[in-house]
Design a protein around this ligand. Sequence first.
Ligand code: PLP
Length: 397
Amino acid sequence: MQISKRIKTLSRSQTVEITNLSRCLKNEGIDVISLSVGEPDFTTPEEIIHYANTMAKQGNTKYVATDGLPELKLKIQEKMQRDNALSYDLDEIFVGSGAKQVLYNIFMALLDPGDEVVVPNPFWVTYTEQVKLAEGVPVIAHTTAENEYKLTPKILDQFMTEKTKILVLNSPNNPTGSVYTREELKALADYLDDKDIIVIADEIYEVLVYDGEHISIASMSEKMKKKTIVINGVSKSHAMTGWRVGYACGDREVISAITKLQSQLVSSVSTPAQYAAVAAYDMERTFLDEYNQLFRKRRDNAYKKMVELPYVECIKPQGAFYLFPYFKDTAKKCGFNTVDDFLKALLSEKHVALVPGSAFGYPNNLRLSYAVDEDTLNEAMNRLKIFINEKLENIRK
Ligand SMILES: Cc1ncc(COP(=O)(O)O)c(C=O)c1O
């Protein structure tokens, strides 16, 4: 059968592929450690599961409103006000099947062929692929480690054209773990003040900030709020990746457009899953504090071990659950031309799965997810160290 050009040219998600490959190897009995996954290693808190189960048993198993379960939208409204000082009417809130699906709807609803979307690099590859699906043009704005891979007005200015329609801003960031400060966001907001551009602020890792605080660019000014669509969800904040609940808050015209699209795509998000998200927002704040503490400890351990490796350079991530070290020199000294080749050999010889930076448009780096328990991380880092030392030893011989 003839597959469409649209799908033929679409890249597969490399992170999903590596995770699947690790799973297959594990099923074959190979002792693979995967530090490639973008999800917490534990299951959803019991009370969330219990509430979803109860609501389903009570008969809440039918379609609900296309733009989201009213109870959940109220919780999101409350959360945005409390945590982000942003007030939205209910018709400015949309619930979709995970942040990923919400983003897809937004690109589809906003882009006409040829419209440009500025995506800072390194980037979560879904942005660029979804932009292409919507016949938009991703414009890659390169950032560097010197500036913790953050976009500045100066960099952004080099990529703005009369066709620029959207800027994607992701903080805390996947894959770098960088978090924009208030001053940095203010500088970007000032730059954008007189520009007719929509900002998609992906804040899915909001609760995972270890140094400093999470700030939404939408909160910089009333004008900025009008230009911004905030994306968030419960996947990363409550260990709920499998429930598939994410949302958008912003301009009601955009919300109405994505709801129209949703009515032909999904009808409405899984009803029990939306009740689960209601329960997530009802949980005590202490859950999030403990969650944050746990990941901070993991960050510190992973970072310490990473920077001890030879020739590696790594910024200390302030949020999310990833390290994004520069690895090119290590790969070269170990006899590999590319970081990709190094990682393939690491997986086949030491059974450790990491994601190459090429999956994020940044081929000289790699991404390590520390959303695993301490023993698993220590074992993986030990294998990585042994692998590097063996390769260096072989070259010296
Ligand atoms: C930056 C970023 N945005 C959005 C998502 C998607 O979240 P969800 O699982 O809610 O679709 C991810 C998941 O990896 C992500 O890393």
